[in-house]
Design a protein around this ligand. Structure first.
Ligand code: ZN
Length: 285
């Protein structure tokens, strides 16, 4: 795949273009990729962060065309805030994931939530939205967030995977909204599909996606096994586990890694395998 620069639309398929937002970071890789689906009548998937140059790039790429809908995979701040500026500019409705109704918005290791997200229509699992020459179908994939949707484009045999499956790294599962058991179920759900390519919000397209997803599920099972081995040695707190499990990983990501370890521990606790006392975790008797 050719090198990507911000501000310019790049065609990946006759029905699919992407525009890279200028928000690179340890969490977003090269930045959020906004996808434009269709020609003439265009749907914008994950409009991205509310950055003027990015919104202008989307409008420039679709000059002479009509944006008929915006669809968000989830409401992290690197995905949905540009819906406001685009709606003001085009009047297009926001159609996609539900807003988060989260009572406890406790510590967040990855991008914060966009609390101002207001969809015009919420798509539930299997619901479709059709434009000229294309159909987008919602595939509910909770785990990274509780409101996460992937979007299938049958005309390209493609799936837009948001942050559920990324092209550069495993996703962060941050409780309480992130849920490891849901995430694993959502990986199973994708393995049962026959998509030919994934277009993630971060990183390059994923060819051979079923094998890729099998690898992700195996990676999580390995992490779970590591946690159980560490707790077999002695009771431990999460930072001590992260130090042993993420050797060589960018220390800026250790906070996020700790959230994913917590997600594993909560899943194991719910299955009766581990228990906690204060910040110490141990194997259940
Ligand atoms: Zn996210």
């Amino acid at each position: 795949m050719t090198e990507q620069s911000t501000g310019l639309a790049q065609e990946l398929h006759p029905l699919v273009r992407r525009v890279l937002a200028p928000n690179p970071s340890a969490f977003t890789y090269s930045g959020t990729q906004t996808y434009l689906v269709g020609r003439g009548e265009v749907a914008v998937i994950d409009p991205g962060p509310d950055l003027g140059p990015h919104v202008e790039a989307i409008l420039a790429a679709t000059a002479g065309e009509r944006i008929v809908a915006m669809l968000c995979t989830h409401t992290h701040r690197d995905h949905s805030p540009a819906t406001r500026a685009l709606k003001a500019a085009t009047g297009a409705p926001i159609i996609g994931c539900a807003p988060l109704a989260l009572e406890d918005d406790g510590p967040r290791a990855d991008a914060a939530f966009d609390v101002d997200y207001v969809p015009d229509r919420i798509l539930t699992d299997g619901e479709r939205f059709t434009g000229d020459g294309w159909t987008i179908e919602a595939v509910a994939t909770p785990g990274h967030t509780s409101n996460h949707l992937c979007f299938a484009l049958p005309q390209a045999n493609a799936l837009f995977t948001g942050d559920h499956v990324m092209g550069w790294s495993t996703t962060v599962i941050s409780p309480p909204d992130g849920d490891m058991a849901d995430y694993m179920d959502s990986l199973d759900k994708l393995m049962a599909r026959d998509d030919a390519v994934y277009y993630p919000a971060h990183g390059e397209p994923v060819e051979n996606p079923q094998r890729f997803v099998r690898g992700l599920a195996g990676h999580r099972r390995q992490r779970e096994g590591q946690i159980l081995r560490l707790l077999r040695e002695e009771d431990r707190a999460i930072p001590a586990m992260v130090a042993r499990m993420y050797v060589g990983v960018d220390p800026r990501l250790h906070g996020a890694a700790g959230r994913s370890v917590l997600a594993h521990l909560i899943d194991l606790e719910q299955r009766g395998v581990v228990a906690r006392a204060g910040d110490q975790w141990r194997l259940a008797a």
